[in-house]
Design a protein around this ligand. Sequence first.
Ligand SMILES: Cc1ncc(COP(=O)(O)O)c(C=O)c1O
Length: 377
Amino acid sequence: MPSPSNPDLFPAFPLADYLHHQKEIDAALERTLARGHYILGGEVAEFEREFAAFVGTRHAVGAANGTDAIELILRALDVGAGCGVVVPSHTAVASASAVSRAGAQPVFADVEADTCTLCPRSLAALLDSPRGKRVRAVLAVHLYGHPCDMDSLARVCGERGVVLIEDCAQAHGATHKGRNAGALARAAAFSFYPTKNLGAIGDGGAVTTDDDALAARIRSIREYGWVRRYISDSVGVNSRLDELQAAILRVKLRDLPARIGRRRELAGLYAELLAGCGFVTVPEVRDGCGHAYHLYVIQSPRRDALMEHLKSRGVPVALHYPAAIHQQPGYAGAAADSPALPVTDALMPRILTLPLHPYMTDEAVHHVCEQIRDFAG
Ligand SMILES: Cc1ncc(COP(=O)(O)O)c(C=O)c1O
């Protein structure tokens, strides 16, 4: 039987994150409300400037959420009906749903067993097969906050004339050879869903890119295809980041590096305390990568029993995700058009997400690890 988790040891991240910034957030909300400009005003413009500087790109364009941010990139690149987009099947379903919303077809590729990110060899084999003929873009999902092998993916895509895009919904603050996730490909999509490393108090998203023309196109498409007010140059959508969320995000962005630092400290503590625990594998970090630890996902051949044991001890464990996308009924059609995914299939019953966020104490991590060791005993 699951036991309720102790809120002192395991506070919920979105509320703890608000309480940590409460004074500044409340002041920013008051300022924004008093200004009276509620859609695409100064807060969004300033946040876009500050977020682009954080990521290290020329542009950031706010959007209503992360799923839309992916869709906006694909629309702006004219990747739609008749086109395939490669997506790892081991990701949030939103990665594939955005592709479908753009009118394109997701085609699933396999991931690497250690980092759970898109496998360059699987991608190359897919692109070189008959299924790869219609593929125009590849979505590199930095799952859990670990950057994909971007050099290899860029080489595979470059040699075949396919556009590489990043899904950074879980990777704010992740780095690859000293550069931030979001600055590693043609364009990148971020989510500011409340649980993310940089979370709003509601929905929010953004696209980052160095490409001036692409940024201008995305700005236009996110607001009905307008370039001038009321005149649509193309068919667009309504997907705007709102002023209140932008004001909140500006506050939280200022100490994001410190909060990522704390995530890394706690991840280090887990790795130290779980070392030598034979039935658990802790997350790998590839050389040259900085993991942002949005999620701390271990692997175990005894996952289900371990999960039940931890739940019975009040440890808030979770599955990200209980099923890969190709295993879900809604994507049976796309799965039938995709190759076999043996690594993803083997990973699904092994993964388990342990609690980790910057407002947890060292004591909480010690507590989780003691429960894991008890399971072994
Ligand atoms: C990998 C990934 N991609 C895309 C998204 C979509 O973001 P949003 O929920 O803001 O639409 C998410 C969020 O859950 C995600 O985890």
